[in-house]
Ligand binder design. Structure first.
Ligand code: SF4
Ligand code: FES
Length: 368
């Protein structure tokens, strides 16, 4: 077995707590509790281990990472080790002073999510009254502090009609990058799939809009575009290949090859409290299971894209076909491809059901 290259980036899910309740959240349905979160000293050790392993970037995520009062200390730790630091936030708990402290700590970049442009509608989707207005304020503080800003806009059947306005908002807020990401069906997103699935006509219109805006806004705004797998002909290279470029660490310290990996029942995940990050990355059975190409079935084994998309997404193969070791059914060459298309067509043709909002078993506890 050859040794894997180091990961490019590690994503630290500092907490699963979040004041928003987005119905497409990729966190697991069983959210981890505050009492199970790693403490500051352990996160610091993990960041140092990531740097030693050779990772270049640390993404601070959640849940909502700003509920942790040690966020500045963790950013400073990563920046001090020469790592590129990115904060992935809903922004609603930020204030101007905190943005300033994060800049002082060495934060390099902010990714801020938005749910739409109409405040009432965006608040309905995110499940937090007043959330949209607070996000706009947060975006302005981030830009005023001189930090580069990426706006993340998860899109779906209930907000695609305002895509043009989302693009205009990104320009108005001074974002350098906008990620228009059709929601992915994992975690709460999978649970709410019928409420989120766009029609094929919506998708085509959105793609045209993005292509036109890319031309019109060249030099002003970079637009990344994530298309929905269910209408694709070839799958995405999920996580850049299992155990190749990225790893996620959950609030309690489980090390995962992707955010949805815990849905795969055959896998057991090691914790940073039990073993060093480098050892887990190199030889943990969960990382080895789908690393490279040797696990692949046909048609992937003999396909010339097998080292481009790495067989697509294991969690999607599981969700649709019942076996994570199958070819991703988003691939037109998969024998199960017709099933995913039929699902998309059937769900988008029906009236959208009510959202089943993300929730903890008990109400959110923000640190005092
Ligand atoms: Fe990718 Fe496998 Fe489809 Fe080839 S057959 S495009 S490797 S998912
Ligand atoms: Fe798990 Fe794609 S989300 S492999």
């Amino acid at each position: 077995m050859s040794e894997p290259d180091p990961p490019l980036a590690v994503l630290l899910e500092l907490t699963h707590r979040c004041p928003l309740r987005c119905p497409y959240c990729s966190n697991p349905l069983e959210l981890e509790r505050r009492g199970d979160e790693l403490d500051t000293a352990t996160w610091r050790r993990v960041i140092a281990e990531a740097a030693e392993l050779g990772a270049l970037q640390v993404h601070f995520s959640g849940g909502e990472p700003t509920v942790r009062h040690d966020l500045e200390a963790l950013v400073a730790c990563a920046a001090g080790l020469g790592l590129y630091t990115n904060l992935i936030t809903a922004g609603v708990l930020l204030d101007e002073a905190r943005v300033g402290r994060l800049v002082e700590a060495g934060l390099d970049h902010v990714q801020l999510s938005i749910q739409g442009v109409d405040a009432a509608e965006a608040d309905r989707i995110g499940g937090l009254k007043g959330g949209h207005a607070r996000k706009l304020e947060a975006a302005r503080w981030v830009r005023a502090a001189g930090l580069p800003l990426t706006l993340n806009a998860p899109v779906h059947r209930q907000n695609l009609e305002c895509l043009e306005d989302i693009i205009a908002l990104a320009v108005e807020l001074g974002a350098k990058r906008l990620e228009v990401a059709h929601v992915q069906y994992y975690g709460w997103g999978l649970k709410n799939r019928a409420a989120l699935m766009p029609t094929r006509a919506q998708l085509e219109r959105a793609t045209e809009l993005v292509e036109a805006a890319r031309v019109r806004l060249k030099g002003v705004l970079v637009i990344d575009y994530v298309v929905p797998d269910y209408y694709a002909q070839r799958p995405k290279s999920c996580m850049g290949g299992w155990g190749r470029m990225f790893l996620n660490i959950t609030p309690s310290g489980k090390v995962l090859p992707c955010h949805a990996a815990e849905t795969i029942p055959e896998l057991a995940f090691e914790r940073v409290t039990e073993r060093g990050l480098a050892e887990i990355w190199r030889d943990s059975p969960a990382f080895e299971r789908f690393r490279g190409t040797s696990w692949m079935p046909e048609p992937c084994t003999s396909c010339d894209r097998r080292e481009i998309d790495w067989g697509g997404c294991r969690c999607q193969a599981l969700a649709i076909t019942g076996d994570a070791a199958n070819t991703d059914p988003a691939c037109g060459l998969s024998p199960r491809h017709a099933e995913i298309l039929a699902l998309a067509d059937a769900e988008s043709a029906r009236a959208a059901p009510a959202f089943d909002y993300r929730r903890m078993a008990k109400p959110l506890a923000v640190e005092a």
